[in-house]
Design a protein. Structure first.
Length: 429
């Protein structure tokens, strides 16, 4: 699709393609379902639209009340981008973005509105831009809220969420698989205690309004969370939730206890409700979906069934299949979708690389019904087909990352593999 390219100010150019939320307001169009549902498999009565193609390194996204969409993006060699935030708008009402504005820089992880500000997180910092409603660019330069966040080795993404009393929650993932003395080594012992827990593998709370904070100014709100890329606060209650990436390589490093098939199915990806002081057990524990509870990790003397110290850690609300890689979570509060979806959770799974000899899995969006603060019933696959014919991390056409709700209640899904963005609507037909 060809888009306009317009200079709007020093260092800001309108160009490219992306989505805009299409809703009931006067600035929002009706959207048009693709004849093939954009390649997705959806429940009866739903349809999908391709709202943009070729937006590289798109991670999480958020939607303004007027339907503009803001996306955290990373630097790419392909188009020599510097990362930062991309603001997107549909000006002709067809549901497809025809304008975009780039501002800021850095390897973007998350982006959220709060009050009169747009917050943007990178691997190493959280900044906020002053914002005027209806604008496509900041009203002034960014203030740094938190700097010097740990960003070495693995699990660098810094997802954010907001809670009561000016709380800014930041995911700081673990720097390793299971805190071994030598990471991912066969039969290698784990460090005990694991000093990584002092600065990583948990959720940190900062003051959302305080400029110039460093990690030492924050509070470790919860610990024992390997990597909570999917992080959100419930829009009604403010309660913090996350879906956690489980550990890898049980059979590769501990073949005396696990077959390859067992390693493909274990451990669970954990959906958790996070409260201050919680300990979810990483690296000492993992959730076994077959046993239905947490067990001691082999690096710390476990044999696949022993519980030991794990009896004292918090269990998840529910478990999802191993290695699906949950990256986005959203509680649905719209009224476009049928009532069964209201207040339930949509989770975007980026997809696995390590379920061999079983087929790779994930690459989808699932729905988990809730009754109040807790899940009710079983989860189900809501949207599938993102990967296309070849399901794998390098072969997949698209890999879901972020999920966002539009003003009209449509669901949007970003993709950092193929750069395609999807809008999912309910028509009832």
């Amino acid at each position: 699709m060809k888009l306009r390219r317009l200079a709007v100010g020093p260092g800001i150019v309108l160009f490219g393609a992306f989505l805009v939320v299409v809703g009931s307001g006067s600035q929002q169009g009706a959207g048009r379902c693709a004849p093939d549902n954009a390649g997705l498999t959806l429940p009866e009565g739903f349809c999908a639209q391709v709202v943009a193609d070729d937006v590289p390194a798109a991670r999480h996204l958020t939607v303004a009340p007027n339907g503009d969409v803001f996306v955290a993006t990373g630097p790419t060699r392909q188009d020599r981008s510097t990362g930062g935030v991309v603001a997107l708008r549909d000006t002709n009402g067809d549901g497809v973005a025809d304008v975009r504005v780039n501002f800021g820089s850095g390897t973007g992880d998350d982006v959220e509105f709060r009050g009169d500000y747009l917050y943007f997180s990178t691997h190493g910092a959280v900044v906020r831009y002053p914002w005027t409603s209806g604008s496509l660019e900041p009203a002034g330069p960014a203030d740094t809220i938190v700097r010097d966040l740990p960003a070495v080795r693995s699990h660098q993404a810094k997802s954010i969420a907001f809670g009561p009393d000016n709380a800014l929650y930041v995911n700081i993932g673990s720097p390793s698989n299971s805190c071994q003395v030598q990471d991912r080594s066969s039969g290698g012992p784990g460090k005990d205690p694991c000093e990584d827990l002092d600065t990583r593998a948990g959720i940190w709370r900062f003051d959302a309004d305080q400029v110039g904070q460093t990690p030492s100014d924050g509070v470790r709100y919860a610990t024992g969370l390997r990597n909570t890329v999917a992080l959100t606060a419930h829009p009604n209650s403010g309660q913090l939730y996350g879906v956690v990436h489980g550990r890898d390589q049980l059979s590769a490093n501990w073949s005396q206890y696990f077959t390859d098939e067992q390693s493909a199915e274990k451990p669970s990806e954990e959906f958790v409700m996070i409260e201050q002081g919680d300990d979810f057990g990483w690296p000492y524990c993992y959730h076994d979906p077959e046993l239905g509870h947490k067990v001691l990790a082999p690096e710390y003397g476990g044999d696949g069934s022993e519980v030991g110290r794990c009896s004292a850690v918090k269990e998840p609300l529910m478990g999802f299949p191993a290695h699906w890689a949950p990256n986005g979570v959203l509680f649905y509060t719209g009224d476009q979708y049928p009532a069964k979806y209201r207040d339930g959770a949509f989770i975007a799974f980026h997809g696995s690389w390590n379920r061999s000899p079983l087929p790779q899995g994930g690459y989808n969006v699932v729905f988990a019904p809730f009754d109040g603060a807790d899940p009710e019933g079983s989860w189900e696959v809501f949207a599938d087909g993102f990967a296309g014919a070849n399901v794998g991390p390098r072969e997949a056409a698209h890999r879901p990352v972020g999920v966002a709700q539009g003003p009209d209640g449509s669901l949007y899904v970003s993709d950092d593999r193929g750069g395609r963005s999807f809008r999912i609507m309910y028509t009832g037909n």
